[in-house]
Each structure stands twice: as structure tokens, then as C-alpha cells.
Design a protein around this ligand. Structure first.
Ligand SMILES: NC(=O)c1ccc[n+]([C@@H]2O[C@H](COP(=O)([O-])OP(=O)(O)OC[C@H]3O[C@@H](n4cnc5c(N)ncnc54)[C@H](O)[C@@H]3O)[C@@H](O)[C@H]2O)c1
Length: 439
């Protein structure tokens, strides 16, 4: 099939590349010329494991091309995916500016039947708006499909190639058939393609993200309660995870959720509910808990060192909102580093992939370290913010030697408190007993 994917970010670039990998001819479009020029040179503007190799192979085999010329992409393609950003507007609603302008442009240049697919996460009713916008600009036949994306950054290729399910929201059997053909190679192990109406497809995506965010906030509250009552959240996580009604996923407490999706999607559901006169107190609480959780680690630091952190040097490991990505959008690390800076601390940061993004956020207000141990030199404490694999089994004696004090505030519960006691660290995890007295 001939496909066009508009928006070459985390979703568009992965989707376009994976569709090319399954044999389709794909044109990826973006309105940022520098991004397209970089892609043409073989440079990948984001970090996503395995993506560079897949892009190179499909470009070399002429199935994948990059352009800023949307009209060319639309004319050459039967199916057009809209995968542009839908950031939060000031009132929390999803900003559909890019989705609607791309829709108008598609209508202007299409010259035959087209399937237009909303891949971006969009509020309920958007497909109807897109349909109206396109109908106003063309006399050619078309269908609008809602096909939300569930990939996780850091495992996006695997998720796209083997999705748990594919959601297709459409009113036309012709469009559904085309979408089925497109996705069948990805669901050969039997995972379902679920066909539903457009609004339900749109709602499914928001419901999934809102529920995952709810689980995170719930576990963070349980963790905070555990600290007060002397229970261990890690035992509770296992204890409830084996209940098949609950399952093990998304039960890890931490520093709060971040990223380009959960915060904005929770806000968008709250906004949609409000617009329709529906109260959704649960999601307001999920957000409030998350905002408070992002401050917890620095509060723990302040509880040990006092509110005034002038003269203290604090090391931070992990800045990306999750491991295996360089994405720092809404990352809890931003609240944490800003909290340390506001209290006067000198901050030394390390992340395996996100230092470039971090520079855009913190400028010259922190020091950047390519090697994790380097950041520890002379620091009064280490804060662990992102659970990169390479932080799981560090050389504790080297760390102890480098740190001015052997003190770790662990926002991801990477280590066992007892082991840390044996290594002679003061250790402050989330929802588990802290180790204060060092050996
Ligand atoms: N990132 C994720 O993990 C993820 C997962 C599922 C769904 N989503 C959803 O997918 C959508 C895209 O997310 P993303 O993370 O890929 O965003 P992104 O910001 O990484 O990418 C969006 C791209 O669209 C381009 N763009 C914007 N306006 C354009 C226009 N008018 N014409 C052409 N290109 C334009 C931007 O330059 C950018 O490259 C969002 O709605 C998001 O909620 C994201």
C-alpha cells in the first residue's frame, strides 16, 4: 500500500518506519525542514532503541522517504495518517490546531478517494470535526478513521510491531477493510483488531492512559502511607499483583508520572468531562497526587539537610521521563532539579540519552556529566530519578569513594534497603523503610 504519515515525531516516525518494514511504500511528512533534512542525511532526531537501523534499511530499500511537501505525500498515497502533536492548551484541552490545519491541507490537494487516519491522541468528536473540515474543502470521496496509538517510548518498535490490540474506529466498511489489510501483518499471533465507532476509539485511548495514570497515583499514595505506618510498598506491590484481577503492571511507586502523554491526556479527559457538565473528581485527584509526588524526593532531601541547600552539591541520575528515551517532556526530573536549584543547591546531572534535551531546559544552571560516576564527585547526595538499567547494579564502593556523604535518595526503588545498609549508605527509597544510620 502507498501511505503518507504526517508528523515525524515519536509516533509518526516509528509508525511510518514500521509500515515500511512490513512492505508498504511510506512518505513521512513534517513541516520542520531541519528534521526532514536530518532524516534524509540518515540522522534520527529522537532516541528510540532500534529505530535508526530500521529507518536506514527501509530508506536504502526505497520504501521510506521524507519530505516537507504534504501535497506530494497526499497525492501519492491511498491512506494518510495524521500523527502531529496535540499538546495541552492553556485550559487543559487538547490543542487541535495542527490536526485541523493538516486536514484542511489534505482536502485541498487530494484528487481521489482517500482514507484519512487520526493517529494522534484526540478528544472525542475530533474525527467528526476532521470529516467536516475535509468535506468543506473537497468533492472527492474519503473516510476518516480513528486509530489511536498505544506504543510506549523506549519500546516503541516492539509495541508497534506486536501490538496488544489495534483499535479501528470507522463508520465505513471500505475503510475498515483497508485498515485490516494494513494491520494484519502485525497481529499474526492472534492479538485482535477491534473495530468500533469513531468516538469509542477516541475514548479508548484516553481511558487507557487515564487508568494507567490512576494506578500510578494510587500506588504513590499507598507508598506514602506505607512510610508512615511502617509497611513496605514493595511487598504490597507483589501481594496485590498476583491477584489476577489486578496484575503486576504499573504498580511501581516513584517520582510521579510525566512524559508527553499521561499529563496531557489526563488533563484532556478532565476538560472533556467539564465541557459536558460531568464531574470527574477521580482524575482531578490523580493529577493532584502526581503534582505532590513530583516534589516528594526533594522534600526528603530537605528533611535531611534542611530547606537551605546552599553549599550543597547534589547529583541526579536520570532525567528522561522514563528509561530508553531522550524525551523530557513533563519529566518529573524538571520539578526535582528546579526544586533543588530553588533551595540553592549546586546540581550535577547525568542521563545516558537525555543530556541534549536537558540543556534546553536547564541551560548553564546545572553541570552535565556523560558518565554517571563523574556526576558523583564531591556530591553530598545522589538522587535517582529515572530507572535506567545501567543504574541497577552500580559499583557501590566506587560511589562511596566519590560521594562526600554516602547518601542516596532513590525515587525508583532500585536497591534493597538491607543491601544498602551493608554497603554503608544512608538510603531513602519510596514507600519503604529508610536506612539512616550508616555502618
Ligand atoms: N509519544 C508517545 O509515546 C505517544 C504514544 C501514543 C500516542 N501519542 C500521540 O501521538 C501524537 C504525536 O505524538 P509525538 O510524541 O509523536 O509528538 P512529537 O511532538 O514527537 O511529533 C509531532 C510531529 O509533528 C510535526 N508537526 C506539527 N505540526 C505539523 C504540521 N502542520 N505539518 C506537518 N508536521 C507537523 C512536528 O514537527 C513533530 O515532528 C500526539 O497526539 C500524542 O499524544 C504519543
Amino acid at each position: 500500500m502507498k501511505l503518507c504519515v504526517v508528523g515525524t515525531g515519536y509516533v509518526g516516525l516509528v509508525a511510518g518506519t514500521c509500515f515500511a518494514e512490513s512492505g508498504n511504500d511510506v512518505i513521512c511528512v513534517d513541516n520542520v525542514a531541519a528534521k526532514i533534512e536530518a532524516l534524509r542525511r540518515g540522522a534520527i532526531p529522537i532516541y528510540e532503541p532500534g529505530l535508526a537501523e530500521l529507518v536506514a534499511r527501509n530508506v536504502a530499500e526505497s520504501r521510506l522517504a521524507f519530505t516537507t511537501d504534504l501535497a506530494d505525500g497526499v497525492r501519492k498515497s491511498q491512506v494518510i495518517f495524521i500523527a502531529v502533536g496535540t499538546p495541552s492548551g492553556e485550559d487543559g484541552s487538547a490543542d487541535l490546531g495542527a490536526v485541523m490545519s493538516v486536514s484542511r491541507e489534505i482536502a485541498r490537494v487530494m484528487d481521489d478517494y482517500r482514507v484519512i487516519v487520526a493517529k494522534s491522541t484526540v478528544p472525542i468528536g475530533t474525527s467528526a470535526r476532521v470529516r467536516a473540515e475535509i468535506a468543506a474543502g473537497t468533492t472527492h470521496p474519503f473516510d476518516v478513521v480513528s486509530n489511536p496509538e498505544f506504543m510506549k517510548e523506549g519500546a516503541a518498535i516492539e509495541d508497534f510491531m506486536k501490538p496488544d490490540r489495534v483499535i479501528i474506529g470507522a463508520a465505513s466498511t471500505r475503510a475498515v477493510e483497508i485498515m485490516r489489510q494494513l494491520y494484519e501483518p502485525f497481529v499474526r499471533t492472534g492479538n485482535p483488531i477491534l473495530v468500533m465507532d469513531n468516538p469509542s476509539a477516541e475514548m479508548t485511548k484516553y481511558a487507557a492512559n487515564a487508568l494507567l495514570a490512576t494506578r500510578i497515583s494510587f500506588m504513590n499514595e499507598i507508598a506514602n502511607l506505607c512510610e508512615r505506618v511502617g509497611a513496605d510498598v514493595d511487598q504490597i506491590r507483589r501481594g496485590i499483583g498476583y491477584d489476577r484481577r489486578i496484575g503486576h503492571h504499573f504498580l511501581f511507586p516513584g517520582v510521579g508520572y510525566g512524559g508527553s502523554c499521561f499529563p496531557k491526556d489526563v488533563k484532556a479527559v478532565i476538560h472533556t468531562a467539564h465541557e459536558h457538565g460531568v464531574k470527574f473528581p477521580l482524575l482531578n485527584a490523580v493529577e493532584d497526587v502526581n503534582e505532590a509526588q513530583k516534589r516528594r524526593l526533594v522534600e526528603k532531601v530537605a528533611a535531611e539537610f534542611g530547606e537551605d541547600l546552599r553549599g550543597r552539591r547534589i547529583a541526579v541520575w536520570g532525567l528522561a521521563f522514563k528509561p530508553r528515551t531522550d524525551d523530557m517532556r513533563e519529566a518529573p526530573s524538571i520539578t526535582i532539579v528546579e526544586g533543588l536549584l530553588a533551595r540553592g543547591a549546586e546540581v550535577a546531572v547525568h542521563d545516558p540519552e537525555a543530556l541534549g534535551e536537558a540543556r534546553k531546559v536547564f541551560g548553564d544552571r546545572v553541570s552535565y556529566h556523560r558518565l554517571n560516576y563523574e556526576a558523583l564527585d564531591g556530591a553530598d547526595a545522589l538522587l535517582i530519578v529515572t530507572e535506567w538499567n545501567e543504574f541497577r547494579r552500580p559499583d557501590f564502593s566506587r560511589m562511596k569513594h566519590l560521594l562526600r556523604r554516602p547518601m542516596i535518595f532513590d525515587g525508583r526503588n532500585l536497591y534493597e534497603p538491607e543491601v544498602m545498609r551493608e554497603h554503608g549508605f544512608a538510603y531513602f527509597p519510596i514507600g519503604r523503610a529508610a536506612v539512616r544510620a550508616t555502618a
